[in-house]
Design a protein around this ligand. Structure first.
Ligand SMILES: Nc1nc2c(ncn2[C@@H]2O[C@H](COP(=O)(O)OP(=O)(O)OP(=O)(O)O)[C@@H](O)[C@H]2O)c(=O)[nH]1
Ligand SMILES: [Mg+2]
Length: 327
């Protein structure tokens, strides 16, 4: 019987040789939190950090997948090897939208130097952001040097994915109130580049004007998010988008900005794992569960207040933590 570690190391080697099937299998390990995932990622760790990770986010139906497909064509024209992680917002049970991504990214799917992985937002163990990032890690080890992560810009974990990228592209469409919606969804703060897609429709210039005004307030460290008009379905404006993405990449290389950004990204990833481990450990501790139940009873009977209840449980937790190591 081959050990888990040996199997993981064997797959890591195959991925580094560019074997697509091994990468696909490894992504399933990561999604399912299989025991192979950890030794695999450890073996791939020395092969990270060179690819630009581009987040593409925006409201449902804004044309993100269509845009990514067009962008992949342009990047291929620049001799990049391209990886795409498309996090699908819809139910894993319908399967319909995943199929839709396959159709919209159809041109990319025929190219052996492009790898597209769709993943369902629900039903993936241990956090969507972690899974998407680790899938990107595997793609980078596979030799991809331009990575696109598509997520719908609704919900905390989806936003976290876009934020975890080097360059965050926010895709909006010209419609009344679109900018306000984007503000409410927290998309304005995270954008390095704005794209107004579906420029074949009316009101594009008005939307661009509003976004440029908003972007002027978002300028930081000599980077003002540009606002581009594109018609993704025809590939119009995608060359300019690619150029802006690379300009942002150059900007990041300057003055140690990328190192700083990576430091923040990696801290966030480590924190997330520690948080998850801590919580799992905590709530599987019988003594903590007993004190939680007691505190809830006392709260229900009006003997203590909510904050007191939390304090009681926390006191017990602190005691447990003193004798605990992270496993
Ligand atoms: N008119 C017009 N339609 C477009 C354009 N780009 C995309 N579409 C259409 O918009 C619809 C949604 O496109 P998708 O690429 O699936 O959008 P998405 O943002 O990936 O959607 P979700 O992943 O479901 O949130 C499709 O019917 C596309 O054909 C464009 O430039 N102009
Ligand atoms: Mg999509």
């Amino acid at each position: 019987m081959i050990s888990v570690e040996d199997r993981a190391r064997n797959f890591a080697e195959r991925i580094l040789q560019g074997q697509v099937g091994a990468a696909a299998r490894a992504m399933t390990w990561v999604e399912n939190m299989s025991p192979e995932a950890e030794p695999l990622l450890t073996a791939l760790a020395p092969h990270q950090g060179k690819a630009q990770r581009v987040g593409v986010t925006g409201p449902p139906g804004a044309g993100k997948s269509t845009l990514v497909d067009s962008l992949v064509r342009v990047a291929r024209g620049q001799n990049h090897k391209v990886g795409v992680v498309a996090v699908d917002p819809s139910s894993p049970f319908s399967g319909g939208a995943l199929l839709g991504d396959r159709v919209r990214m159809s041109r990319s799917l025929e190219d052996p130097d492009v790898f597209v992985r769709s993943m369902a937002a629900r039903g993936c163990l241990g956090g969507l952001a972690r899974t998407a990032q680790e899938a990107a890690d595997i793609l980078e080890a596979l030799g991809k040097d331009f990575l696109c992560l598509e997520t719908v810009g609704v919900g905390q974990s989806e936003l976290a994915i876009a934020q975890s990228c080097d360059t965050c592209t926010v895709v909006l469409v010209p419609e009344a109130g679109g900018v306000i919606q984007a503000m409410k969804a927290g998309l304005m703060e995270i954008a390095d580049i704005f794209v107004v897609n579906k420029a074949d429709r009316p009101n594009v210039d008005e939307m661009q004007r509003q976004l440029m005004e908003a972007a002027s307030f978002a300028e930081r460290d000599q980077w003002r998010p540009p606002v581009l008009k594109v018609t993704a379905i025809e590939g119009q404006g995608i060359g300019e988008l690619y150029a802006e993405l690379r300009r942002h990449w150059d900007w990041l290389q300057d003055a140690g900005r990328l190192d700083k950004k990576r430091q923040v990204q990696h801290q966030a990833r480590i924190r997330e794992l520690v948080r998850a481990a801590l919580e799992e450990r905590l709530w599987s501790e019988p003594a903590v569960l007993v004190s939680l139940a007691q505190a809830a009873d006392q709260l229900r009977m009006g003997q203590i207040g909510l904050h007191q209840a939390a304090q009681k449980v926390w006191a017990g937790v602190r005691e447990r933590l003193a004798h605990t190591s992270l496993e």
